[in-house]
Design a protein around this ligand. Structure first.
Ligand SMILES: [Fe+2]
Ligand SMILES: [Fe+2]
Length: 301
């Protein structure tokens, strides 16, 4: 009796391909599982946001600034990844990039929807997105865009799926906890985006690692690019501390009874940490994860 050869490869790919980066896997892990039954990234029966998010002007402002910041990164992702679909050098990568482009478009839509839910028009949203983009962040996003502009797939992949998405990890983890008591729906939306970013990073790591193996010249080139990004990453966090930390501190102080016992960082209650300490701890997490990622890629072991 003849049987279907389900395990033989159906795309051109490299040794990085473990068969989990296609559309079938995407359907199974995203629409059929993480997002099943969701509307704009959260379950329809989720609790509505706390009245405080509408009524406390400071909290309302921070809520919108945070979502605007996510949107700046998601926009960079939609723009870059959609262009990378046509840059991808093999079929399996091209198909993966197409699924990722849809993920990023969904993240962009979900957060834009939340802004509209709070009465922010698209024009006002654009204004907020510009306002939260510090010069340091602009530089960081520009360096990402340059890699795609040059049509250099590996460099663009490192910029997007290793650096930017790797940074989203700890930041989204932080934000999920920060907003958990005030808006469980937003926390769920971020959780859904986070799950996608994890998958995007795993492709980025697998692809880059297999390409770097035995290629010293490429490894040196990649190392130089990574150092540029590392410098800019620190600048982005320093700028957030300078520009926004006062706002965040005031909002947190006003709601300590509600939020004070949340532990964003293991064993450290929010009430015991200043906002600046939190941003510095977050930067440390971003750096630690980045260092781990470099080891996974086989760089600077
Ligand atoms: Fe995203
Ligand atoms: Fe992503």
């Amino acid at each position: 009796m003849n049987v279907l050869e389900r395990t033989s490869p159906h795309f051109t790919a490299g040794p990085w391909d473990n068969g989990t980066f296609g559309v079938q896997t995407w359907l199974e892990r995203t629409p059929w599982r993480t997002l099943r039954g969701s509307q704009y990234g959260c379950q329809p029966d989720i609790a509505p946001p706390s009245e405080l998010v509408w009524e406390d002007p400071l909290l309302n402002q921070i809520y919108k600034l945070d979502i605007a910041t996510f949107l700046t990164a998601e926009k960079v992702s939609v723009d870059g990844i959609s262009r990378m679909v046509s840059l991808a050098p093999d079929e399996a990568s091209r198909v993966f990039m197409a699924t990722q482009a849809l993920d990023e478009a969904r993240h962009f839509e979900v957060f834009s929807r939340r802004m509209a839910d709070f009465g922010v028009t698209p024009a006002e949203r654009h204004g907020l997105m510009q306002r939260v983009t510090t010069p340091q962040m602009r530089q960081f996003y520009d360096l990402i865009g340059e890699q795609v502009d040059r049509g250099d797939y590996v460099a663009a992949l490192i910029a997007h799926n290793v650096i930017l998405e790797g940074m989203a990890y700890p930041v989204y983890r932080y934000e999920i906890k920060y907003w958990s008591r005030l808006d469980a729906g937003l926390a769920q939306m971020i959780q859904g985006a986070f799950a996608d970013e994890v998958h995007h990073v795993s492709y980025g790591e697998a692809y880059v690692r297999s390409l770097l193996q035995g290629d010293v010249a490429l490894r040196n080139r990649v190392d130089g690019l990574l150092r540029d990004f590392e410098r800019l990453m620190t600048g982005v966090f320093e700028a957030v501390i300078d520009h926004y930390i006062g706002l965040y501190q005031a909002a947190a102080n006003a709601h300590l009874p509600l939020m004070g016992d949340i532990m964003i960082f293991p064993g450290r209650r929010m009430a015991e940490l200043s906002e600046e300490d939190q941003v510095r701890l977050l930067l440390k997490e971003v750096r630690d994860e980045h260092t781990q990622r470099l080891a996974t890629l086989g760089i600077r072991r």
